[in-house]
Design a protein. Structure first.
Length: 428
């Protein structure tokens, strides 16, 4: 039997079992609680039985524990083999069997003990057998013939339906060469972890800046807003720069495996054309400059805001999105993660533009307030100057990924050229 919960496979199995018993002279009429009576459990074999406790009055309670699946599936297979060895017939394997490989061991057992195999596809069980909305309406709490506690969320049903692997042609037709060949496909089916690994897939594409970034930025003083109470030593220059932070003993900071500028993140299901476009750029060199250091006060997250300059920068246009904010994540500490750098810069650039507008408006109104000149450059970050570190701009209470953070900017004036950096693919 195949099909998601609620498709009708258990009901069909009991109906077929009752028909067989009637031919043997036994009048068994399965009622609403028939799934839990001994005769059903003897011939209809479901892994769910191991999650279901039935009391003396026939009341069933279902207690699903996903960690037990690796234990209970083999138990159901062993139970099936024992029944076959005893010659019990007919036997119904009443599992979802969403993927073909899930039927493989039962098929091999049937061949070992000389049983004929017929697969009942959900489409044969009636309309709605692969409709998540119909399935959900059939299996809610209190549904007739179902154990208490056996509810399946709608999103799980949708995933099972979308993952349902169609039968090879001829598998359900009984006998003959086509059915035999189709059964062979099930026999050779492999679970995802049994399949030979394919070629490695890159996680992302970008510019390798490790050596050049450390050479140019390593000696930059991070200042009191970054260190706060984390620096050791009372004298000037003790634990003050980026290299000090990266090498500090006992620090909570995590360091990226390799300093880089992400150009395109591929995700779990990368688009082949996108990877091909990235592969075409592998080995190319691009000029990178660092424009400012940006960090959460206290050093929770530190990145460099960078720009791609010079000839060839437009070659990256086919890979990057409109919201691309080129940067280098230099270090982080929980609850911050490297991926948060993009959100940090996004919130900061928005706040910087708002500050520039309000400052310009105040100056136009004749108020005696310093005007920060953005010189028409959208990529320049500017804001209210910090009293603790006159070099820095401080934006208190910015919302970054649902957290309020004091965000600090150390402008690099002039920008620090990192030099030519190589485009490459980064693998997990």
């Amino acid at each position: 039997m195949r099909g998601p919960p609620g498709s009708g496979k258990s009901t069909a199995a009991r109906f077929l079992l009752a028909q067989h018993m009637k031919l043997q002279g036994v009048d068994w009429r399965p009622g609403s609680n028939a799934a839990f009576v001994s005769i059903s459990r003897a011939f209809i074999l479901s892994t769910d039985d191991f999650f279901t406790k039935v009391d003396d009055r026939g009341k069933a309670e279902y207690h699903f524990n996903p960690s037990k699946l690796k234990e209970y599936h083999p138990k159901n297979q062993a139970r099936c083999e024992a029944s076959m060895e005893l010659g019990l017939t007919p036997l119904f394997v009443d599992n979802t069997n969403i993927s073909l490989w899930e039927m493989r061991d039962y098929l091999k057992a049937a061949e070992k003990f000389g049983y004929d195999v017929q697969v009942v596809d959900p489409q044969a069980l009636g309309p709605g057998a692969l409709d998540p909305a119909v399935l959900e309406s059939r299996i809610g709490e209190g549904a007739e013939g179902r154990a208490s506690g056996k509810e399946i969320p709608g999103h799980v049903l949708k995933r099972m339906v979308s993952n349902f692997e169609d039968l090879p042609p001829g598998l359900g037709s009984g006998s003959g060469p086509e059915a035999y060949a189709a059964l062979g496909i099930v026999r050779e089916a492999r679970a995802p972890w049994e399949r030979p690994p394919g070629p490695p897939v890159p996680s992302y594409a970008g510019l390798d800046v490790e050596a050049r970034a450390l050479a140019r930025l390593g000696a930059l003083e991070l200042g009191p807003l970054f260190w706060e109470d984390q620096a050791c030593g009372e004298g000037e220059g003790l634990e003050s720069n980026l290299l000090d932070a990266r090498c500090k003993d006992g620090a909570d900071w995590s360091l990226p495996d390799r300093l880089h500028v992400t150009v395109r993140f591929f995700g779990r299901d990368p688009v082949t054309d996108t990877i091909a476009a990235a592969e075409a750029l592998v080995g190319s060199w691009f000029e990178v400059e660092a424009r400012s250091l940006v960090f959460v006060r206290g050093g929770g997250l530190l990145c460099a805001d960078v720009g791609i300059v010079g000839p060839g920068a437009e070659d990256l246009a086919g890979l990057v999105g409109e919201d691309w904010l080129p940067h280098i994540t230099l270090l982080n500490a929980k609850p911050w993660w490297p991926k948060d750098s993009n959100d940090l810069l996004s919130a900061l650039k928005k706040a910087s533009k708002e500050h520039a507008r309000s400052t310009a408006a105040a100056a136009a109104g004749g108020e005696d307030e310093e005007v920060i000149d953005l010189a028409g450059e959208e990529d320049v970050l500017a804001g209210p100057t910090s009293e603790e570190d006159p070099r820095a701009f401080l934006f208190p209470g910015l919302q970054v990924r649902g957290r309020a953070a004091d965000v600090c900017v150390l402008p690099l004036d002039p920008p620090q050229p990192l030099g030519p950096c190589k485009f490459k693919l980064f693998f997990p």
